[in-house]
Write a protein that binds this ligand. Structure first.
Ligand code: SAH
Length: 360
């Protein structure tokens, strides 16, 4: 049994079952041996692959979007270029490389990374060694005010913990993680409290066993970022897989070595994610005073930003195997059968006169 599992079981023995939210928080990031604290999850040898790792074209397109929105903001110098959950730093490296078409942009950019994992911070530090002005924060709340900002988040919100509520009889109860008769971790429901009052209107009468998820961490982060846009001006892109709620479904998923695995087995050794509730994020951003644009599919958005044209340029210098990989990557990022429609792009900005590219 690993340290994280031992810790979780001890908690349950002492205080009773823990919420799914607490379980994910401990397994993913809060324990010193947690998943993000200990591992480099990305790429072929890791547990999952994200868009910036699939192709440099992804980050380059976002880089051009950032430069464009910066110009529409009046090219402020300096400004903050923020990334939440930067993984191993690839996306920020690609953004900064693409932005060199406007040298003033990279000169003016104060890079701020929001990252909890000490291990990933080190990887980000190494990846961004060539860029002078980089600082790290534990949480979006710590981002300083006073300068306009451009924020990018790729697969950040899906990594934040959520509570799960399950419909049983006429009531909604919180889904929890406890111990079964053999002292193994198991899901159950805390029937002591009825959360029906917390459920969205549309979900009051769903069928037995349906699950609804609420991520206070995601809503809080969106709300803080919205308030920062409102106070300092700027724009935000959040790319993730998810739905426009309110929806039912248990979307908690564990991935190890690119294959789904049991959520409760060997906690801290698999990537845990939820699908993102884009309605909840949009509402939080809007309530904080930011303008929120209609959600877009990743595929259309990247193609509009020139992903195919950029791939063509790279093909001109590629060997045959590289060319094959570039074409496959473009398809994977943009086609509806792959990530093209599964992944969505949420954009928020302020002031209202600022219209970011792709959201006219
Ligand atoms: N954006 C990267 C990595 C996505 S994985 C990519 O596209 O490849 C999720 C990232 O969010 C990791 O860097 C992880 O350490 C970070 N993370 C997870 N929980 C976090 C939290 N509560 N606060 C800040 N960062 C967090």
């Amino acid at each position: 049994m690993n340290e994280v599992e031992r810790f979780i079981k001890e908690q349950i023995r002492q205080n009773g079952p823990i919420s799914v939210e607490q379980f994910v928080l401990i397994a993913a990031s809060a324990h010193p041996q947690s998943y993000y604290a200990q591992r480099n999850p990305f790429g072929g040898h890791g547990d999952f692959i994200t868009a910036p790792e699939i192709s440099q074209v992804f980050g380059e397109c976002l880089g051009l979007w950032c430069v464009d929105v910066w110009q529409r903001m009046g090219a402020p110098e300096p400004f903050r270029l923020v990334e939440c959950g930067p993984g191993n730093g690839t996306l920020m490296v690609d953004i900064l490389r693409a932005s060199r078409i406007r040298p003033l942009f990279s000169g003016a950019a104060k890079v701020h990374l929001v990252e909890t994992s000490p291990r990933l911070r080190e990887m980000q530090r190494a990846a961004l060694a060539g860029h002078a002005d980089v600082s790290w924060h534990e949480a979006v709340e710590a981002l300083p005010d006073g300068l306009p900002l451009i924020v990018v988040c790729n697969e950040f919100f899906d990594a934040l913990p959520a509570r799960q509520f399950i419909r049983l009889g006429e009531r909604w109860h919180e889904r929890v993680v406890g111990l079964d008769a053999n002292e193994r971790l198991c899901f159950s429901a805390n029937r002591d409290v009825d959360f029906s009052g917390l459920m969205p209107e549309g979900l009051r009468h769903v069928t037995e066993g349906c699950v609804h998820e609420i991520s206070a961490a995601a809503t809080r982060a969106a709300s803080v970022l919205g308030a920062k846009l409102r106070a300092n001006s700027g724009a935000l892109l959040a790319i993730d897989y998810g739905y426009e709620g309110p929806a039912v479904g248990d979307t908690l998923q564990a991935l190890r070595a690119h294959a789904p695995c049991s959520v409760l087995s060997a906690p801290g050794t698999a990537d845990l994610t939820f699908h993102v509730d884009f309605d909840a994020l949009a509402l939080a951003l809007r309530q904080a005073g930011a303008q929120v644009w209609p959600l877009r599919d990743q595929g259309d958005f990247l193609l509009e930003l020139g992903a195919a044209a950029r791939t063509e340029v790279l093909l001109g210098k590629a060997t045959a195997p590289q060319a094959e990989a570039l074409r496959r990557a473009l398809t994977r990022l943009t086609s509806p059968e792959a990530m093209g429609t599964l992944f969505k792009v949420l954009c928020a900005s302020f002031p209202p006169a600022l219209v970011p590219a792709g959201f006219t």
